[in-house]
Ligand binder design. Structure first.
Ligand SMILES: Nc1ncnc2c1ncn2[C@@H]1O[C@H](COP(=O)(O)OP(=O)(O)OP(=O)(O)O)[C@@H](O)[C@H]1O
Ligand SMILES: [Mg+2]
Length: 283
């Protein structure tokens, strides 16, 4: 039996409406004929340079935006059906670039509990879910802290805990690391991978950094509102020229592997990190 994809995006097109109704011109389409299936438990990097349509696509996955043409099914639920929006948003949580836009309460544990409280969870279940979420992201020792006393990385963990408390099937992280210092950035990426493995969570990791995308199981590349590449990292990175033409910065290990191949080292397509390159050269 074929299992239902968690996200089934069917040929969607979307154009942002103009606020100024007097203007006759319209914006160009932000998404054009986009189709994409994502299975439960996949770790997908959604890659593309500025303005390629990543956030617009991400916002269609939990009914923050509705397609003008085509449809989006989340675990079989059509986002065109308003009645399903609460269930859809429980299934697909989002975290954004700036954690401060998602922090509501003045104490960490109240903030994690916020969405559960709004949904009327009974206190014992609420407490259990909050503990579980704080432990999963490693902020339980900070439970009584006011969020503004936390570091950027800790605040992003807090935002993830708030989403996790709802036990979603999928977390979409839309450039969730881009405001962080390199160390916190790495920690948040590791946390996303850990949540993927431990809870079989589907992760959609929106980024314009090839370094971050390299760690995903699958990479979907966007350009001008369309999907232009979709495959495993080793396959996507086998075509550096195409990635360069999409204005994506090539990470140093990939550029090095390319130079080494050019002078005769027979590196495999799996040599994506300095360690992997060194291993292959030594064997
Ligand atoms: N609120 C909006 N109103 C009008 N146009 C918008 C709006 N938000 C995005 N766009 C346009 O839609 C297109 C896709 O933008 P989107 O934000 O989805 O891209 P992105 O890949 O997430 O970019 P970034 O890397 O900058 O986050 C761009 O041309 C952008 O200018
Ligand atoms: Mg964006």
């Amino acid at each position: 039996m074929k299992t239902l994809p968690l996200l089934d995006i069917q040929n969607i097109t979307y154009t942002y409406p103009r606020q100024d109704k007097k203007q006759r011109t319209t914006f160009p389409a932000a998404l054009t004929s986009v189709s994409l299936n994502i299975a439960q438990g996949e770790y997908v990097a959604l890659l593309g340079h500025n303005g390629s349509g990543k956030s617009t696509l991400a916002r269609h996955c939990n009914a923050l935006l509705l397609p003008e043409q085509g449809r989006v099914l989340v675990d079989g639920l059509d986002t065109h059906d308003d009645m399903q929006h609460p269930s859809i948003r429980d299934k697909v949580g989002m975290i954004f670039q700036n954690p401060d836009n998602q922090i509501i309460a003045t104490v960490v544990e109240d903030d994690v509990a916020w969405a559960l409280r709004v949904r009327g969870f009974p206190p014992s279940l609420l407490h259990e879910r909050v503990e579980e979420a704080m432990t999963a992201v490693g902020i339980n020792t900070l439970r009584r802290f006011p969020p503004h006393k936390l570091s950027g990385g800790q605040r992003q963990r807090l935002a993830i805990a708030g989403v996790l408390a709802l036990r979603p099937h999928c977390i979409i992280a839309d450039e969730a690391t881009s405001m962080l210092d390199p160390l916190s950035r790495q920690e948040i990426v590791s946390l996303l991978h850990q949540l993927h493995q431990e809870y079989h969570l589907t992760i959609i990791h929106v980024t314009h950094l090839l370094e971050e995308a390299a760690l995903a199981e699958r990479i979907v590349v966007m350009e001008q509102g369309r999907i232009v590449m979709d495959g495993m990292p080793s396959t996507i990175f086998a075509n550096l020229e195409h990635l360069r033409s999409l204005k994506l910065a090539i990470p140093e290990p990939l550029a090095l592997a390319e130079r080494l191949r050019a002078i005769g080292f027979p590196l495999s397509k799996h040599a994506l990190t300095i360690e992997a390159i060194a291993q292959e050269i030594m064997h």
